[in-house]
Structures are given as C-alpha cells and as structure tokens.
Design a protein around this ligand. Structure first.
Ligand SMILES: [Fe+2]
Ligand SMILES: [Fe+2]
Length: 332
C-alpha cells in the first residue's frame, strides 16, 4: 500500500496536470493513465526498433563509405531511441521481455510506415526527409508530455531526429544534382512515401477515440489533424527547393486558411497496413522474432553474470568486507 491515499493521490495528480508539472513514476496516477502511457511508450519503442529494418537493409549497399557511416549512425540512433523508451515504460512497471513478446506475437502495434519496402537507395533519403520529418512534428510536442521520463527521453530523441531529417534531405539534394536516373529515383521514392508519411499522424480527429482523454491528461498537446497540417505546410516548400513533385493533384495553398489544402488520405489502406496487411508486416515481425531468438543466449549470459555478481556481493557483505575490496566482483 502506498502511504498516499487514493483521494490525496487523485488531488495531487489533478494539480500536477493542471499546473503543467510532470508526473513521475512513483507518483499516484489513475490506472487508465498508467495503461495509456505504457501502451503509447511501448508502441513508440517498437516503432523505433522495427524502424531500423527498412534502412538497415541498405547499410551493406550504401554507395560510399561516407553514406555507410551516416546510415550506420542513424540506424544505431534508432536502436538507442527504442532502448530509452523501453526503459521509460519500465518505470511504470512494464516488463521489457513482456513488451517484446507482445510485439512479436502481434498483440501490440508499431507505426504503419515501417511496413513499406525500401526499393532503392533514394528511399533512405526520402525516409530521412519525410518519415523522420513527420516523426519530429509528432515528437517535439511530446517533450512537454505530462509523464516525466517520456518527456525527458523525447528531448534527446528529437535532437537526433533532426540530424536524421537533415542527412536524408542532404542525400536527396545530392541525388537531384546527379543524373536523370538519380532524379527519377528521388521522385519515385517521394511518390511511394508521401501518403504513408501523412498516415503517420494517425486517424483523422473525428475517428480518433482516445485523443480527447490523452489531451485532457496532457499526454498529447495537438490533434492528429493539426500535426498533419503542420507537416504538410513545412514539407511543401522543401519539396519545391528539392525540385520534386508531391503526388497530390489537390495540393495547393489556401490563402484564406493560410495553410496548404491536400487530398483525401486512403484510410482503408491505413487500416489494412496497421492491422497486419501491409506489404512488409510479416517480414518485419519474422525478422524481429529471429533477432529475439538469436539473442536469447546473450540475455541468459547477462542474467547468469548478474546473479553471480549478486552472489559475490552477498558473500562479501556476509564476510564484512566492502564490495570494493572484492576485486572485479565489485565492479559495476
Ligand atoms: Fe527515432
Ligand atoms: Fe529517426
């Protein structure tokens, strides 16, 4: 039992949200808030980890040492993002092994965008530009999310995402000054990734049942449609500077709204892909499952090592020695 009664806890929680302060792991929080946070952070972590695959597939085929080093660093950053986020979920009592099982058994989702294939090296650039660009629009407001560990993880993640976005755009700029074939590759990749990028903001506001509660708890700060509009407004001038056409004949500046209007998103495709029917869903999960199985011995060895260390520390404590005097056994 916590020392704080539920009534006190509820009042303190409401005040924390009201005053725009952060909820910390040991604070009292409603069950619904805890569940929502675990689900959101887990889905975000899964997206980072699954998101390593589409670009990871190009590391061995990068056209130069420079491009290979950039891509390696980027994919490694995504692994780091996954790890901070799984740790943030653990502060709420979630178990990382359990979250991984939910992912590989298809019981927890990840961003639909990673279920599309990367057909050429231009996809690496377009993913950086559009997919990391959309991730930034989604994640910058999460730096002020009400749950402390999530908000703090997001600050570093966003800094790294902005490097991801710029490396993608710089790669595309280089390709656009190359051969006609290279320019065509960039246009083709843009055509394939544009609409799925818009889907990354989630369903339209009138079909987003959990949004209102998340806004009230200040987990979310802006609606899906607001963030999507912000992304479109930001991206159109970038496409013009790059010299590519965004594949939407209805895309045009609306002087009255002071925003770009854009065409209807294929929500049937979104629903199909998010529920397992995208071109790469099966392969992404199979790959993740294989990595989990192949890494089992590492987890077992780490657990055995930790148990041995704990045993050595207990033995040292029983003998009255300080752990530091136990040679390597005392090292962390
Ligand atoms: Fe990331
Ligand atoms: Fe990224």
């Amino acid at each position: 039992m916590s020392a704080v009664s539920a009534a006190d806890g509820e009042r303190v929680f409401a005040e924390t949200i009201e005053k725009d302060l952060r909820v910390e792991p040991r604070d009292w929080m409603p069950d619904g808030y805890r569940k929502t946070m675990i689900r959101q952070i887990a889905q975000h972590a899964h997206s980072e980890i699954i998101g390593m695959q589409p670009e990871g597939a190009w590391i061995t085929r990068a056209p130069s040492l420079r491009r290979k080093a950039i891509l390696l660093a980027k994919v490694q950053d995504e692994a780091g993002h996954g790890l901070y986020l799984y740790s943030a979920a653990e502060t709420l009592g979630a178990d990382r092994g359990d979250l991984t099982r939910r992912l590989i058994e298809g019981r927890q989702k990840y961003s639909s965008i990673f279920n599309y294939p990367t057909l050429t090296f231009a996809d690496v650039g377009v993913i950086g530009w559009l997919v990391d660009g959309a991730a930034i629009c989604n994640q910058v407001p999460l730096c002020r999310s009400s749950f402390g560990p999530y908000a703090r993880a997001m600050i570093r993640i966003c800094k790294e995402e902005s490097f991801h976005q710029r490396q993608g755009y710089e790669l595309l700029m280089t390709m656009m000054t190359g051969t006609p074939e290279q320019r065509e590759m960039v246009q083709d990749a843009t055509n394939r990734w544009w609409w799925p990028s818009l889907m990354m903001f989630g369903p339209p506001d009138n079909d987003s049942p959990n949004s209102a509660q998340s806004m009230a708890w200040k987990i979310k700060r802006h609606s899906n449609d607001e963030l999507r509009q912000r992304f479109v407004d930001m991206t159109v001038p970038q496409a013009e500077a790059l010299g590519v056409t965004l594949p939407d004949p209805e895309l045009r500046w609306n002087a009255e709204r002071e925003h770009y209007d854009f065409g209807e998103i294929d929500w049937a495709e979104f629903k199909r892909v998010i529920s397992g029917g995208g071109p790469m869903n099966e392969q992404r999960i199979a790959h993740r499952r294989r990595a989990d199985e192949e890494g089992a011995w590492v987890r077992e060895a780490a657990a055995a090592h930790a148990a041995k260390q704990a045993g050595a520390r207990a033995g040292a404590a029983a003998a009255g020695a300080r752990p530091g005097e136990q040679g390597e056994g005392g090292a962390a």
